[in-house]
Design a protein around this ligand. Structure first.
Ligand SMILES: Nc1nc2c(c(=O)[nH]1)N[C@H]1C(S)=C(S)[C@@H](COP(=O)(O)OP(=O)(O)OC[C@H]3O[C@@H](n4cnc5c(N)ncnc54)[C@H](O)[C@@H]3O)O[C@H]1N2
Ligand code: MOO
Length: 423
């Protein structure tokens, strides 16, 4: 009998972030390019009254039903007159009786060489093309005296100078802001065709999880990811659907996914994304054949399981809360934007001086919990992926590029305030 082959241990690295050479580590930019290419809107459209349209996404271009302003009107309180009758130097014009006020226009014609009292927003009467500011005249109530020359058309707004009837005022895919509601209302729009809200289902997985409020065994932890992800979805303006906690049991998890696909347009799960013995989420998605299990060149958040379950895109986020949040912001957020009917757009970052120093390794993009302090952007003391306290401490993320980098205090680094993800 021959001796059993002796096990040869690998060199000890003890770096769970080291990137083994035999795996393809997908760079963040490559992952983004794939998401951008493959995703498209997955919700239908419906009409809603303008008053209910804030934050909704236009399902078609919006056109002005009327011009803005609809008629020429006065930009100031003053006196309207015909420019052709104005000369240089001091002069005086008799006032016609009556006035033009906003909502109560003067119906008659103002003869050349005469003037009419006119108020801000009032329709410019026939015969008038120019308005002189009341501060620039002397009056006894019967006539006005002022200095010429005046500029033709002064202090008036032309019909349609802002928007012409039929102009496209807002494009398909636009998320309606308060200013957009003003523009639509001003141009006579009372109802808009918008995409139905994106329903995002959230499932936590893991036998170790206990529900908030329940008595937890010492070996259990409270489910922190679910309230975080549901809150994030609400902040993004989508409809959060709490689909509960699934145990580490493949058949039950399957039933959870079935229910999720029936009720939600997109599914976010956390936990079980990597390839361990209990990582059922990635295993189930793999079975559908739609699976792209990404090993992402990112810290934190390496395992991100992506797939489609009964028609619904699934983001299998890593279980560690910091990684779950970072992956949601960096991948699920731009993806959900497109699924909800908007364009592909990454959040706006800012270059800010670092109030820290760090030696960064090559080969992965790193996201650090960060906030702006007096000396620049500060980072949380620990990079541990389970340190939830750092997520609350932070007001945003610093993104360090894929390459190796020596960062010294004062160097400019990329900073994303959390608010940049919720626009
Ligand atoms: N041998 C290795 N082990 C691990 C590696 C590795 O490279 N080699 N990578 C680590 C990294 S990085 C991550 S991230 C995790 C990802 O694993 P899973 O997505 O399969 O997540 P779980 O194992 O289920 O959970 C990880 C961690 O997070 C806790 N968790 C899970 N869900 C919740 C929740 N809803 N609320 C709060 N905390 C949650 C869970 O208890 C674990 O502690 O794998 C590492 N392992
Ligand atoms: O990278 Mo894991 O995703 O640290 O938490």
């Amino acid at each position: 009998m021959s001796e059993p082959a002796k096990l040869v241990p690998p060199p000890l690295k003890n770096d769970c972030f080291a990137l083994p050479a035999d795996t393809h580590w997908t760079p963040v930019d490559e992952a983004h390019a794939l998401l951008k290419e493959r995703l498209s809107v997955c919700v239908g459209a419906e009409p809603v009254p303008l008053a209910k349209a804030l934050g909704r996404v236009l399902a078609q271009d919006l056109s002005a039903a009327r011009a803005h302003p609809p008629q020429p009107n006065s930009a100031v309180d003053g006196y309207g007159l015909a420019h052709a009758a104005v000369t240089e130097g001091p002069q005086s014009f008799p006032l016609v009786s009556g006035r033009s006020a906003a909502g109560a226009p003067f119906e008659g014609h103002v003869p050349a060489g005469q003037a009419i009292r006119i108020l801000t927003g009032a329709t410019v009467p026939a015969g008038v093309d120019t308005v002189i500011l009341q501060e620039d005249v002397a009056t006894d109530g019967k006539s006005i005296a002022f200095h010429g020359p005046l500029k033709r058309g002064a202090n008036t707004r032309k019909a349609g100078e802002d928007v012409q009837q039929g102009d496209v005022i807002l494009s398909k895919g636009r998320k309606l802001t308060p200013a957009d509601l003003a523009l639509a209302a001003a141009t006579g729009v009372s109802e808009v065709q918008v995409f139905k809200p994106l329903r995002v289902g959230v499932i936590s997985t893991g036998d170790e999880l206990a529900e908030a409020g329940a008595v937890a065994r010492v070996d259990q932890i409270y489910d922190a990811n679910r309230p975080m992800l549901l809150g994030l979805i609400a902040q993004f303006g989508y409809e959060p659907l709490d689909l509960g906690r699934a145990p580490d049991d493949r058949a039950t998890l399957k039933a959870f996914l079935d229910e999720a696909a029936a009720r939600a347009d997109v599914i976010l799960t956390s936990g079980g994304a990597s390839a361990g013995d209990e990582d059922h989420m990635s295993a189930l998605l793999q079975e559908t054949g739609s699976m792209t299990l990404w090993r992402l060149a990112i810290k934190p958040g390496r395992p991100l399981a992506l797939g489609v379950w009964k028609g619904a895109p699934v983001f299998g986020l890593p279980g560690n809360p910091v990684a779950a949040l970072v992956c949601s912001l960096i991948f699920a957020q731009p993806a959900m934007r497109v699924l909800a009917g908007r364009d592909w757009k990454l959040p706006q970052s800012f270059k800010v001086p670092a109030a820290f120093s760090k030696s960064k390794k090559a080969g992965r993009r790193e996201f650090l919990r960060a906030r702006i302090g007096e000396r620049g952007v500060e980072v949380f003391g620990s990079e541990g992926s389970g340190r939830i306290s750092g997520l609350s401490w932070a007001e945003g993320l610093v993104a360090l590029p894929d390459e190796a980098l020596e960062i010294s205090e004062g160097d400019l680094v990329k900073y994303y305030p959390y608010s940049a993800f919720s626009v």
